[in-house]
Design a binder for this molecule. Structure first.
Ligand code: ADP
Ligand code: TRP
Length: 321
């Protein structure tokens, strides 16, 4: 089964990104044929500073590779290195009713926020559809926020296939409701936009500072505490197995637990868990040409598959004559 997903190169990463998405993607490569790309064209809808985008793209590559994505086992590339995706997006535009795009929440939300929408933002789901169909993807794991875009992709694939015959695999979304939302320092969803994150790849000092900012309730030390409503517990448990979680729960229920001590333990746990990845990331970033080579090999593999699809698409559409 072919699993595909794209990730925007959007700067720093946090525990929510890691447990909610990246770890899952990386685990896929063990059983499935994984296609994973850095969606730099999509990132342009919110980032038009060229230098920042270029830097973010290399960093995103280093992040994934450091965390264990194996470019030999999977196909890993940068979206713009396979420009066929733009050709396909244009062709698919002709199978995309305006109303379908006008109904998209992410577009409507931006308009409602008063952002003056441009065509890139409007056509975003068509490019995303092209990403998916170009590689004949069977499954696309995405967060809840992307569910509607997957429905658009399926609609367009079906419309196209009805017109020209079965060319595209109609993709199945995979929206994992098991992946609980990782809470942030204040208990709301951990998110860059809330400024409540614990970031990956930090040095010790800033990492400790973030963890010490976790909001706790004022239950006195000598009283038992409720683990389920505690932000430290909810984050800490991501790093613990069943026995570890049960033990921590017991400590909460026993008077005498100090939140400061648990924060310190959590800090040490997060630091030690990510230390080897942080080291590997540093090495990767110290050799940008090595990263570029890895990405170029990935693009070559991706382009081979893309061109197989495009030969059919061009022929069906009368673009070869
Ligand atoms: P942010 O909210 O920080 O801007 P993004 O929207 O860039 O995060 O997140 C990229 C992906 O990471 C999401 O589609 C989702 O799968 C995952 N993700 C982000 N935050 C969380 C979270 N708090 N809990 C679980 N998954 C998350
Ligand atoms: N829109 C996705 C996001 O912001 C990224 C993305 C682009 C994507 N193309 C894709 C995800 C294709 C899955 C499949 O998260």
């Amino acid at each position: 089964m072919r699993v595909l997903s794209g990730i925007q190169p959007s700067g720093s990463l946090h525990l929510g990104n890691f447990f909610g998405m990246m770890k899952k993607m990386i685990d896929y490569q063990q059983q499935e044929e994984l296609f994973c790309f850095i969606a730099n064209y999509h990132a342009m809808t919110s980032l038009l500073d060229g230098k920042t985008l270029a830097k973010g793209t290399l960093e995103a590559a280093a992040n994934f590779l450091a965390l264990g994505l194996d470019p030999e086992k999977s196909v890993f590339w940068v979206q713009s290195d396979v420009p066929e995706v733009q050709e396909l997006a244009w062709i698919l535009s002709n199978f995309t009713p305006m109303g379908l795009l006008e109904r998209c929440h992410s577009y409507k939300d931006k308009v409602a926020q008063g952002i003056s929408p441009n065509h890139g933002l409007f056509a975003y789901p068509v490019l995303m559809t092209a990403d998916i169909l170009l590689f004949q993807s069977d499954r696309v794991p995405v967060g809840k926020d992307q569910k509607q875009h997957l429905e658009v992709a399926r609609d367009i694939a079906i419309k196209y296939n009805n017109h020209y015959g079965e060319v595209f695999t109609v993709p199945e979304p995979e929206i994992d409701n098991d992946v609980a939302t990782v809470p942030g320092l204040d208990g709301r969803k951990m998110s860059k936009s809330y400024g409540n994150t614990i970031d990956l790849f930090l040095d010790e000092k800033p990492l400790r500072k973030q963890i010490m900012r976790i909001v706790t309730d004022p239950t006195p030390v000598e009283e038992a505490k409720d683990p389920d409503s505690c932000n430290i517990f909810q984050i800490y448990r991501l790093f613990l197995n069943e026995t570890g979680t049960a033990e921590l729960r017991k400590r909460y229920q026993t008077p005498g637990l100090r939140y400061g001590d648990v924060k310190q333990e959590l800090f040490e746990t997060v630091r030690d868990f990510f230390a080897p990845y942080t080291e590997r990331r540093k090495e990767l970033l110290a050799d940008p040409d090595g990263l570029r080579k890895t990405l170029a090999r990935g693009a070559e593999k991706a382009r081979y598959v893309a061109n197989k699809t495009m030969r059919k698409v061009r022929q069906k559409g009368g673009l070869t004559y």
